[in-house]
Design a protein around this ligand. Structure first.
Ligand SMILES: Cc1cc2nc3c(=O)[nH]c(=O)nc-3n(C[C@H](O)[C@H](O)[C@H](O)COP(=O)(O)O)c2cc1C
Length: 68
């Protein structure tokens, strides 16, 4: 079982939450900042989790071009 957490963050809270979630999951979990990896390859993962913060009622924009 292999997980992936894809996230965007403005001030770091979503990154901290991603790290906390990784600790709680009893499985191999990669964490990817979508600002660093524009085209993440998600084909190897059983579960993909998306994390992003909300500002003024809108989820943070960060386009991802996922390969699977
Ligand atoms: C100006 C501003 C607007 C916000 N608007 C919302 C909102 O509409 N809904 C919400 O649930 N949280 C809102 N928040 C809270 C942020 O989503 C929250 O602090 C989040 O953890 C920030 O994550 P980040 O540091 O990964 O960007 C707002 C925060 C700020 C500073």
């Amino acid at each position: 079982m292999k997980n992936c957490i894809l996230f965007t963050t403005k001030h770091g809270s979503t990154e901290k939450a991603s790290l906390l979630l990784k600790e709680k999951l009893n499985a191999e979990t990669d964490i990817i900042n979508l600002k660093d990896v524009k085209k993440p390859d998600i084909s190897d993962y059983d579960t993909v989790i998306l994390g992003a913060s909300i500002y003024m009622g809108k989820i943070q924009k960060q386009r991802a071009n996922l390969r699977s």
